[in-house]
Each structure stands twice: as structure tokens, then as C-alpha cells.
Design a protein around this ligand. Structure first.
Ligand code: SF4
Length: 427
């Protein structure tokens, strides 16, 4: 396999943001608070991607952006421009832990329990300002759920808090708010005003107890019981946790709401959602999106929502999104396909998953989601996908359903498309 094109050294920019090496050049992660950026910030990202990178920008499944192909001699200039655009961390050392995950409709859904963006801002400040919390893994994530109709409830989070009412939140560890009877219940409920203290106690307890090899809450739970963690958390708090929450279940979320035109809050504006094919945008496309709306939100489905669109312009915006190549309805192939970076950007990949996914899109059956992965790490799928094509060689994949055994092996993309067309897997 081809070697990485860059030496394994982080950017020299002191402490603010890192650029990590990848097969296609440097990779700059631009973490966005709740996936949001202004049109001006989107244009800034597009410009630096064009000037200092390959002009390729990925939307991640944590609703962040990745600028790909950054030239080594341009790293400091790129970071300086990104930070100048207001997209860097508030304090040095805090960039990696800005993983406060919200619904793409947070603060915008008139049917949500409440607007959690003020609370999330407090928690984000807390994470950035407490130097000890900078020890948390870049993957450690906190979900703040306002009960919106659109929310990613399949990605496990290290800590989740979810609005039970405007005054009270439930919380849990290493998972998601429970929706179904068989889901693990919430651990306790508490007043909204007590959430910052709870989060502080949970994160410090994690750091107190976790072994160096335990970077995620699920790792800690293999050696430490929930009861011990909650006991230590309770000791740090000046109020009792209410554990009478066994029967609470969060209302369902509808992932299809990430497409199309939706009422935004209680005002006149609407938001418009569409899916970037395989989560990838060109600099030109991102710039064009910035011309369509004053605010953009990336989503954990690697899609985009345009905010503050005037209702009279909404249909034209949908048409322009389609003209830019984005999927605007949930049934289109690119609304149902995900693929990891693949061999163009990752030395671990056995195949060019992105190119193969484009090939598959031409002959996708009308139903079902498909995930193409370059290796068993499955970076693109933070949630279960019913059908996975696992690369084993260039252009060749093993096909998996929900069971651990492969259903078919060494398929070409054309053979996989035929297999999917006749399979009842996703019917
Ligand atoms: S799934 Fe494997 S091949 Fe794909 S990006 Fe992750 S590590 Fe690379």
C-alpha cells in the first residue's frame, strides 16, 4: 500500500488546532458548535480548502467539517485563517474536546421540549475552561437532547442528558436516551439548573477512575460499576439525584426530517435539509451553499441544513440543492449510502470506497441503507447499518447483514448491486 504523503507530525500552530497526516495530505478537523457555521464562515472554510488543501471537505458523523489534503507548508496559514473566522477553540488545548452533540434542530423545533442551546453553551465553556478536562479523549462526547423531532439517537455518547420537561433532565452513560421498553433506562433525573454541576462531577469522576487505556465511558464500565460511578458523583454534588426515572422513554425521532423544508421555530423562516453525497463537499459546493442561506448546520448524518430561509424562496433552494448534487429526498441513493474515506485518503483501506459507492449509487435498489467500509474499523458508521460491504481487495467486498457471518464474499460492486436487488434484507 502507498505510504502516507506526510510525515507524522502535528501542525506547528501552538495548541490551537491540530492537522493530522492522512494519505491524501493533512487533515484539519474544524469542530463546529452544534454543527453550525455562518455563511461567512462556510465561505472561509471553502476558501482555505481551495487555497491550502485539495478543495475537498468532509462532513463528519459528529457534524464537524474536515478540510482534506492540506499541504504541509500551508498548515499554519490555514489554521490562522480558520481561527480568524471564529472556528477555533476558545482556549489552547480545548479543540479536541468540543464534542457537545445536539439535534440539528436544537433551538429551532417548535415541538421540542425546550431550547437546549443556552445550556449546551454553558457546558461547552465548562469543557474548554477546565484544563483538567483537556485530558479527555478527542472522541469523548456529550449529548444534550432537547426532545427535538430530529435527533441522532443511534450514536452512543459517553454522557447523555435529555429533557424530560422544561425543568428536568434525565441522564445516562455510554449510550443514548431510551426510546423503547427494552432500552437501558435513564440513571436519574435532576433540575435543569443542576446540569452543569452534574456534568462537572461526571467528567471528573471519569478522570478519577479511568485507567490510561480507558478513553471512553464504555471502557470504564468494564471495570467499574454504574453504582460506584454514581456514588462518587453523588458525593461531589450538593443535591440528591432522583433515581425514580425507570419508566421514562424519549419520544421517537424521525431521521427523514433532515430532508426537505421545515418550519423553523415560531418565526416566519424555514430550514431546508439535504444530503451531501457520502458526506463530501467540494469547496465550490460549500461556497454555493453559503449563497443559499445565512446560517448552515451540519448534521450527524453527514448532511446539511440551511437555516433562516424565507418560505417564498424555499422551493427554489431545494431545486438549487438538487442542482448542486445533494440528495433532497430520503429515498435517493445518496440519502441511503455511507462510505468511509477509503483508499484515496486512508492507508488502511483495501478499496476506494467512495468511488465504489458512486458506482453502486447508479444501481442501488429502491430501499435500504448500505455502508461501504475500507476495513473492519467501520469509521463511517457510528450506528448500526443493516447492510455493510466490507472491502477485502480493490473493487471487492464481503457483504454482511446483521449477523457477524458474511452473507456473500468477494463481490464486485455490480455483483453486490444484484445481490441487494434480490435480497429481502431491507425490505
Ligand atoms: S474504516 Fe478503515 S479504511 Fe475506512 S477510513 Fe476507517 S480506518 Fe480507514
Amino acid at each position: 500500500m502507498q505510504a502516507s504523503t506526510q510525515a507524522s507530525r502535528p501542525s506547528a500552530c501552538p495548541g490551537l488546532m491540530r492537522i493530522v497526516p492522512a494519505r491524501d495530505g493533512g487533515l484539519c478537523r474544524v469542530r463546529l458548535a452544534w454543527g453550525e457555521l455562518s455563511a461567512a464562515q462556510a465561505r472561509a472554510v471553502a476558501e482555505v480548502s481551495q487555497a491550502f488543501g485539495s478543495g475537498v471537505i468532509d462532513v463528519t458523523n459528529r457534524a464537524n467539517l474536515q478540510i482534506r489534503g492540506v499541504q504541509e507548508h500551508s498548515q499554519d496559514a490555514l489554521i490562522s485563517r480558520v481561527v480568524s473566522a471564529g472556528l477555533g477553540p476558545a482556549t489552547p488545548g480545548a479543540d479536541d474536546l468540543r464534542n457537545v452533540m445536539l439535534s440539528p434542530l436544537a433551538g429551532l423545533d417548535p415541538d421540542a421540549v425546550l431550547d437546549v442551546t443556552p445550556l449546551a453553551s454553558v457546558l461547552l465553556d465548562q469543557l474548554q475552561s477546565d484544563a483538567r478536562l483537556h485530558q479527555l479523549s478527542p472522541k469523548f462526547a456529550l449529548m444534550v437532547d432537547g426532545g427535538e423531532r430530529l435527533s441522532m439517537l443511534d450514536h452512543p455518547h459517553d454522557v447523555w442528558i435529555s429533557a424530560v420537561s422544561a425543568q428536568r433532565f434525565a441522564f445516562g452513560l455510554a449510550g443514548c436516551p431510551p426510546r423503547f421498553e427494552h432500552d437501558a433506562p435513564a440513571l436519574a433525573v435532576l433540575e435543569t439548573a443542576h446540569i452543569p454541576a452534574l456534568v462537572d462531577a461526571l467528567l471528573h469522576t471519569f478522570l478519577d477512575l479511568a485507567l490510561p487505556s480507558q478513553t471512553r465511558m464504555r471502557d470504564l464500565l468494564t471495570t467499574c460499576s454504574i453504582e460506584e460511578i454514581l456514588g462518587r458523583v453523588q458525593d461531589k454534588l450538593g443535591f440528591p439525584l432522583d433515581h425514580d426515572v425507570e419508566n421514562w422513554r424519549r419520544p421517537a425521532s424521525d431521521a427523514r426530517l433532515r430532508f426537505g423544508v421545515h418550519r423553523q421555530g415560531t418565526g416566519d423562516s424555514v430550514c431546508v435539509g439535504a444530503q451531501a453525497p457520502l458526506g463530501r463537499l467540494s469547496a465550490a459546493t460549500l461556497s454555493a451553499l453559503a449563497d443559499l442561506a445565512p446560517r448552515l448546520r451540519m448534521t450527524p448524518w453527514q448532511s446539511v441544513m440551511l437555516l433562516d430561509v424565507q418560505p417564498a424562496a424555499a422551493q427554489a433552494v431545494v431545486e438549487q440543492l438538487a442542482a448542486l448534487g445533494l440528495a433532497t429526498t430520503p429515498d435517493e441513493p445518496f440519502a441511503r449510502l455511507i462510505a468511509c474515506t477509503g483508499s484515496q485518503g486512508c492507508a488502511k483501506s483495501f478499496a476506494d470506497t467512495k468511488a465504489d459507492a458512486h458506482l453502486l449509487a447508479r444501481s442501488m435498489p429502491p430501499m435500504g441503507d448500505v455502508h461501504l467500509s475500507g476495513c473492519a474499523r467501520s469509521c463511517a458508521a457510528a450506528h448500526p447499518v443493516r447492510t455493510t460491504l466490507m472491502a477485502v481487495a480493490p473493487g471487492r467486498y464481503d457483504l454482511y447483514g446483521e449477523a457477524p457471518e458474511a452473507l456473500a464474499r468477494h463481490l464486485t460492486i455490480e455483483q453486490a448491486a444484484c445481490w441487494l436487488a434480490r435480497s429481502p434484507l431491507d425490505a
